[in-house]
Design a protein around this ligand. Structure first.
Ligand code: TXA
Ligand code: MG
Length: 314
């Protein structure tokens, strides 16, 4: 059975054995394995039931290690690292051959992140190896922000989950591509486009239809209970006979607080026995882009209320 542990040495040994460990990060919990061990990384895909076309982020201790795992590193990388790393940003760079294809889904790029969580940094320092880790949820489900959430997702699928407290950020890292010296956002995250642009100049979202990041998949981060956006909670007053969960952000001070609580609030509501859950979008500026992206992908479609009748538009 799966145990929540606090002993870093046990986690390190388990990874060295080629096994998986649930690991805390500042964003969300990850499901980690030795990134240089193909068989260990295969276990990540199996445990999560994650399709093999979704590349996994590689976590490293120090920005200087980037040169071991990536080539053609542009100046923008060093500028961004100085400002944002260690922290919640993932850099997609051209990969070195040492990174196995299973990690990158056969792409010639690798996503590298230097996390800031103290416990994970201790693991990385002791291991002296890169750690491949996607979020520690079953594929397409809500990302975990506590060790207990991981236990619920992956009980029996890993021996250990390393306790690191509740994640301080609560939403995933921003994934940016620096390939061919262009800066593109592949997935919105805690570091905002506006903040990145201050370092690199104007950048665009990657609107390509070709999915190279599962963050770009249309459905993701989803609760079991259907989730719908509404313009205004008040419009739901007249719907009778339905138990409606309200994902309400009005008590949070700012978008950081909304992001921090987003996945944990969704999990709570998902356990509440509701027919469906509704939310009001936030404004798109700053961290709003990442919050709205997660909400949209977690949604089951759109809800319309016409003459007190509910219409669900997929
Ligand atoms: O905050 C985070 O990023 C968390 C923690 C655990 O570090 N990890 C995370 O991993 O969210 P995951 O697998 O759930 O999402 C990884 C994202 C995906 O959108 C994936 O496609 C993208 O990073 N990614 C990883 N490697 C890539 C690559 N070589 N090219 C393009 N996208 C890549
Ligand atoms: Mg994920």
């Amino acid at each position: 059975m799966t145990k929540i542990i606090t002993n870093i040495d046990i986690a390190v040994e388990e990874i060295l054995k080629g096994n998986l460990v649930g690991l805390p990060t500042e964003t969300v919990y990850g499901l980690g394995a030795n990134a240089l061990d193909e068989n260990a990384v295969i276990k990540i895909f199996e445990a999560k039931e994650r399709p093999r076309f979704n590349p996994v982020i590689v976590h490293i201790y120090d920005a200087a290690d980037t040169e071991k795992y990536a080539v053609d590193i542009p100046d923008n990388f060093y500028k961004l690292v100085e400002k944002f790393s260690p922290g919640p940003i993932t850099y997609v760079l051209k990969k070195e051959y040492v990174i196995p294809d299973i990690v990158t889904s056969g792409n010639d790029s690798v996503g590298l992140r230097i996390p800031s969580h103290k416990v994970l940094r201790e693991v990385l320092r002791n291991l002296n190896l890169p750690v491949a880790a996607p979020s520690a949820n079953m594929f397409g489900k809500i990302s975990p922000t506590t060790a207990k959430d991981v236990l619920r997702e992956l009980n029996g699928k890993v021996n250990y989950i390393l306790e690191g407290g509740r994640c301080k950020i609560g939403i995933e890292s921003t994934v940016i591509s620096l390939i061919d010296n262009e800066v593109k956002i592949l997935r919105h995250g805690f570091i905002t486009k506006e903040e990145i642009e201050k370092v690199t100049g104007n950048i665009s979202d990657n609107y390509s239809d070709k999915i190279i990041s599962p963050g770009q998949l249309k459905s993701h981060y989803a609760p079991e209970t259907p989730l719908y956006p509404v313009d205004n909670f008040k419009t739901l007053k007249n719907i009778s006979g339905k138990k409606i969960g309200i994902l309400d952000f009005s008590n949070y001070k700012n978008k950081k607080e909304i992001a921090l609580n987003l996945f944990s609030d969704l999990r709570k509501l998902d356990d509440g026995g509701y027919d469906f859950i509704v939310y009001e979008k936030v404004s798109d500026e700053g961290l709003g882009a990442a919050i709205n992206d997660r909400l949209k992908k977690a949604s089951s479609g759109n809800l319309s209320i016409i003459n007190d009748q509910l219409l669900i538009l997929k």
